[in-house]
Design a protein around this ligand. Structure first.
Ligand code: ZN
Length: 474
């Protein structure tokens, strides 16, 4: 059904693109006229969600598929197919994918009143009855969910340890439950400060009023990713061995000859890999959630530069998909909004936080320059400094006077964070080069008395100097 709808939607899109209105719209320079032409083209060839839903209903009534599916499920499928084709129409995707033998991984209804629905303790759908696992109702999270209105039910299929598992997701109305400890207090406190963030490809700097942190992003996941890489190479070797005709003499894949043959051993590798992917995603989710809770504990008004996922991917490739900074941001946004705050993203182009200084000067930096050094005496790790600046952005403009005023109070805080990140990373290994070599003091504070933490930590300072010498030699 999905494939049929997808094919129909694709056909309609191509008709739209061949139409006279479309050609006229392309030539037109007037915005309103253009839109009117486009809309006429779409209307003439029935390229809309509603038109496709009508096709789906018709298909359900007239073919054997109707015996197995009902109107709501079919309409949702139509919507899904349409949205896939619409992405192609808008240039957000190159092509659509038809579903293979395994079919869809999820199906959902539209309301809880008909079709796939939840009735007190079970999912009911066309003679299918799936009762809730015994004892699940004792879970406070599930209790909270069941006490709210259920909007619709989604059935999903997952592969867990090589076995197929089905589950029902109830999409509920209202706010998520809040975890509490034994004393009945919320487990994750909500802070009141304004927090500035700088999210890099591998590091994150968090700066609040009373706390600052510099750390690596989802570090554990990256470490465990080695196993996946090794298996991927194994899978590739196996694929080549099983399909020698699909590659030319230099080892490149031949176009139009997809490697389909799979040995028993390769099938085993595939299952292993699938399981590892799933676990990696789950682990990453947990770590991102923990980090988001850390930020929320400082404050729920979060400010950060807009991340360009594509730009990051171009520059850093695969490591981005493993650390998934954008996913972190969406988790953080969700959690902050739930706590009554928000995540404000402003454009990098207008603020250029990695270039400006408190004195108003602009320095273009290379990516490899990890430390912000200015004539005015400011010396600070680059990510921490831009997180500090992000904290002082209002309406897409950096409030320089504001940032300048608070700098003397914030500097020791940021310096401690830098030192901690550089000397004692959580994993016990030396800090990565992206943290920059720690510099114990800025030039402006040389004249003044040393902050307390620096006089105390003589050993760390000596260490830092040694490292600085080493890097100078290199
Ligand atoms: Zn400066």
């Amino acid at each position: 059904m999905y494939n049929a709808l997808l094919g129909e939607a694709r056909k309609r899109l191509s008709l739209v693109r061949q139409s006279l209105w479309y050609t006229k719209a392309k030539k037109s320079t007037d915005k309103k006229e253009r839109q009117a032409h486009f809309s006429a083209a779409r209307h003439a060839h029935g390229f809309s969600v509603y038109a496709l839903e009508a096709v789906a209903d018709e298909m359900r009534r007239t073919t054997w598929l109707g015996d197995h599916l009902d109107s709501h499920v079919v309409q949702k499928l139509a919507k899904r197919a349409f949205e896939a084709v619409q992405k192609v129409a808008w240039g957000q995707a190159k092509t659509v994918r038809f579903k293979g033998q395994r079919g869809l991984h999820s199906l959902e209804g539209k309301t809880n009143a008909a079709c796939i629905r939840w009735r007190t303790d079970r999912v009911v759908w066309k003679g299918l009855e799936l009762p809730m696992i015994k004892g699940a109702e004792k879970d406070p999270v599930i209790q909270h969910g069941l006490s709210s209105r259920i909007k619709y039910v989604r059935l999903i299929r997952r592969n867990i340890r090589g076995k197929t598992r089905y589950a029902a997701q109830l999409v509920c109305e209202g706010v998520p439950s809040i975890k509490v400890n034994e004393q009945g207090e919320p487990m994750h406190p909500i802070g009141k400060e304004t927090v500035g963030l700088d999210i890099g490809p591998s590091t994150i700097a968090i700066v609040g009023d009373t706390k600052a942190t510099l750390m690596q992003f989802a570090d554990e996941v990256v470490r465990d990713h080695k196993t996946i890489r090794r298996l991927q190479r194994k899978q590739d070797r196996q694929r080549r061995a099983n399909n020698p005709d699909c590659y030319d003499e230099t080892g490149r894949a031949i176009k139009g000859k997809p490697p389909i043959k799979k040995s028993r051993h390769q099938q085993k590798t595939d299952v292993q890999l699938q399981e590892l992917y799933r676990r990696e995603a789950a682990h990453r989710n947990t770590l991102h959630g923990q980090l988001a809770n850390q930020v929320i504990a400082m404050g729920v008004q979060v400010k950060t530069e807009k991340l360009s996922y594509k730009a990051l991917q171009k520059r850093y490739g695969r490591s981005i998909s493993v650390r998934a900074p954008k996913l972190f941001l969406s988790i953080l946004t969700r959690k902050a909004e739930r706590a009554g705050g928000k995540v404000e993203e402003f454009s990098t182009y207008r603020t250029a936080l990695s270039q400006v200084c408190l004195c108003g000067q602009k320095h273009k930096k290379k990516l490899s320059e990890r430390v912000h050094v200015c004539d005015c005496g400011v010396v600070m790790q680059r990510d921490l400094f831009s997180a500090y600046l992000a904290k002082h952005v209002e309406n897409e403009r950096l409030q320089v006077t504001d940032a300048h005023e608070h700098w003397p109070g914030a500097e020791p805080l940021l310096r401690t964070a830098w030192q901690q990140a550089y000397n004692q990373p959580a994993s016990g290994r030396p800090g990565p080069s992206s943290f920059g070599t720690f510099r114990s003091q800025s030039r402006s504070s040389e004249k003044e008395s040393l902050p307390e933490h620096e006089t105390r930590d003589g050993v760390a300072m000596a260490q830092a100097t040694v490292r600085a010498c080493e890097s100078a030699k290199v």
